[in-house]
Design a protein around this ligand. Structure first.
Ligand SMILES: *Cc1c(COP(=O)(O)O)cnc(C)c1O
Length: 227
């Protein structure tokens, strides 16, 4: 397999961002530390991983000014390993998980930034909150007692499909929900400023539909080898 030119891929990807103001999280899962170093040398400071152990191992080996993003399904018993340093957890898919993050945040005296992952895809397997759960929670009482989390926005993953209209509709729906939630008074733990949507195959559509943060892996680091 041909080695991907990470620096060139980054340049080309960022060129397509134009003036959207959208930010890049470089998704480095399964890739060796040397690949992350290459992206770091090219100026990247935001890296996304989807497994706790891999994230922690890489963080140990790489410079301290990197902002680490957890983007994959997070098990509650693993929150403690990332609580001391994680920059943003995109994949908060349940209230039980959020409570655990709040608890671990308290232990390490941090307020941990989170995005709530919304279920927008047709696939059954994708984790996340639905609209009603979100409303009930954000405008409810329970959140007011949570002092060690802050909710900065929403995250969503579109259906894995070649049909760009399906993808666009899902992103549009998420953006509409985001705007709607923002229009009402929210507790102090909630500042809805980030909308994390878009991956290598659909980030241009996501940007057109209001994404503020895209999570791009294979377009930068090349295809992943899963075993
Ligand atoms: C792997 C992954 C990405 C990046 O996927 P690419 O298609 O390689 O860009 C984005 N978001 C999540 C949640 C992922 O797990």
């Amino acid at each position: 397999m041909q080695e991907p030119d990470i620096k060139d891929n980054l340049k080309q990807t960022l060129n397509t961002f134009k003036s959207t103001g959208c930010r890049l999280v470089a998704v480095s899962k399964t890739k060796p530390v040397s690949d992350l170093e290459e992206a770091y040398a090219a100026g990247i400071r935001d890296f996304g991983e989807n497994k706790v152990q891999e994230l922690v191992e890489k963080a140990d080996q790489l410079p301290g000014d990197i902002r680490w993003h957890m983007i994959g399904h997070l098990q509650r018993n693993k929150v403690k390993y990332i609580a001391p340093f994680i920059h943003l957890i995109h994949s908060v898919d349940s209230l039980r998980l959020l409570k655990q993050i709040d608890k671990e945040g308290k232990k390490v005296e941090r307020v941990i930034s989170c995005l709530l992952q919304v279920h927008i895809a047709k696939e059954e397997t994708k984790y996340g909150w639905d609209e009603k759960e979100l409303m009930d929670f954000l405008y409810g009482e329970e959140i007011k007692g949570m002092k060690n989390i802050q909710i900065l926005g929403l995250m969503g993953m579109a259906t894995l499909t070649d049909n760009s209209e399906t993808i666009r509709k899902e992103f549009k729906d998420l953006h509409r929900l985001f705007t709607q939630l923002k229009s009402q008074p929210l507790p102090e733990q909630v500042q809805l400023s980030e909308l994390s949507m878009g991956m290598s195959g659909d980030y241009l559509i996501a940007q057109e539909e209001g994404s503020t943060m895209v999570r791009i892996g294979s377009a930068i680091f090349g295809a992943r080898n899963y075993t």
